[in-house]
Design a protein around this ligand. Structure first.
Ligand code: THG
Length: 267
């Protein structure tokens, strides 16, 4: 499972403040601790409130690289912000994300091909998030086909069925789950399958259990990557156990410790 740490996001108050005051230590500490908790990749998002998102993205990427050398996921709905982040990267990042709209695909697919970056494709387009499985799959297929045509290998395409908060869009999880299952079969080798996990629990009182069960069900449906909170230890343990049950890890009595050690966690 590829754990993409979600915490360097201006949606969180501490990160928003760090961007405003150029406080490197907060960002660098989050980078180090997420990796030590088992994250493989760090998501980087300036948040919706940033006054100058292009410079904020560049500053975040440079600040993170001063402290750690990890792969990054450059996360913004605005192509110029993504481009600034990708250009500041020392090694190919994951671009997060395009959707199926012609404008975004035209801007981001060539950028991913040029920088040999991975590309996340959201199963939505300029008309919004489709409410049916077939319509979401159609968008996913369109993005995958355009990527392959541009020379991006399917393994570098990460499709996201789009998870919405269960509190506000309750019927949607079943649609996302079934979309996920079918996205897996779109190509051989299959694209990577990713979700923004914490979306599921936004507005819920007990967010932890909603995130945990969403992740476990996702893994059962073929999910192999998530943008998630690596500081949530029970979430990490649930993930490792779900992968064990899906036969992706070898059982031993200390399988959780063994997994964490293999991630270099705890350093
Ligand atoms: N798919 C892809 N990328 C994504 C998402 C997705 N990137 C952004 C987001 N969704 C995933 N990351 C987060 C990060 C934080 C939260 C949710 C998703 C979150 N934040 C608190 C909140 O809104 O309640 C912030 C408040 C706080 O604690 O300070 O829940 O779906 N490809």
């Amino acid at each position: 499972m590829l754990v993409i740490g979600e915490r360097i996001n201006g949606m969180f108050k501490d990160v928003r403040k760090a961007i405003q005051t150029k406080d490197k230590a907060i960002v660098q500490d989050l980078a180090k601790r997420q990796l030590a908790s088992g994250a493989n990749v760090l998501d980087v998002n300036v948040g919706p409130a940033s006054a100058d998102p292009v410079s904020a993205m560049k500053w975040l990427v440079e600040t993170i690289y001063e402290a750690v050398d990890a792969p990054l996921a450059i996360d913004s709905p605005k192509p110029p912000v993504v481009e600034a982040g990708v250009k500041a990267c020392k090694r190919p990042p994951i671009i997060n994300s395009t959707d199926g709209s012609p404008d975004k695909m035209a801007a981001l697919i060539p950028l991913a091909a040029e920088y040999k970056a991975g590309l996340i494709g959201l199963c939505m387009d300029e008309k919004g998030i489709p409410s049916t499985v077939d319509a979401r799959l159609e968008v996913g297929m369109k993005i995958l086909a355009a990527c392959v045509e541009a020379g991006i290998e399917p393994q570098n395409v990460h499709l996201d069925p789009v998870i919405l908060p269960v509190k506000f869009s309750q019927p949607q999880f079943a649609v996302s789950f079934e979309t996920l299952r079918q996205l897996k079969t779109l190509s051989d080798p299959s694209p990577q399958l990713v979700v923004g996990l914490s979306n599921a629990s936004q507005g819920c009182i007990d967010r932890h259990i909603v995130n945990r069960i969403t992740l476990v069900m996702g893994i059962a449906g073929g999910l192999n990557e998530a943008i998630m909170d690596p500081f949530d230890t029970e979430l990490m343990h649930a993930m490792i156990t779900a992968e064990l049950l899906m036969n992706k890890q070898i059982y031993c009595d200390s399988y959780i410790d063994a997994y964490m050690k293999s991630m270099g966690a705890g350093k």
